[in-house]
Design a protein around this ligand. Structure first.
Ligand SMILES: [Zn+2]
Length: 82
C-alpha cells in the first residue's frame, strides 16, 4: 500500500503498483538517491528503488523481475522444479 505519494517516474510508479498488487511491500525511504525499496514479505529479500535512475524503463523492468522472482507459489523449501 503506497500511502504518501507516487514515484515521479511513471514507468517506475507503474512497476511499483504491479509489485504492490503482487503482494510485495513497497516502502518509501527518501534518503539520498534512494526513493525506497520493494520487500518480499515472504523471504525478506529487498530491492532498492532509485529516485532518478539513468534509465527508468530498465529500472522498472528490474522491479518487475524482482516481483516475478518473488511470487512464491509454494512454501519455502518446497519449490517445484520449473
Ligand atoms: Zn521472496
Amino acid at each position: 500500500m503506497i500511502s504518501s505519494g507516487r514515484h515521479p517516474k511513471k514507468e517506475i510508479a507503474d512497476a511499483l503498483r504491479r509489485a504492490d498488487g503482487a503482494g510485495l511491500l513497497v516502502k518509501q525511504i527518501h534518503r539520498g538517491h534512494r526513493w525506497g525499496e520493494v520487500i518480499c514479505t515472504y523471504c525478506q529479500a529487498r530491492r532498492s528503488v532509485w529516485t532518478t535512475p539513468r534509465d527508468p524503463g530498465t529500472h522498472a523492468k528490474q522491479i518487475d523481475r524482482f516481483a516475478l522472482d518473488h511470487r512464491h507459489p509454494l512454501p519455502l523449501g518446497e519449490d517445484a522444479p520449473s
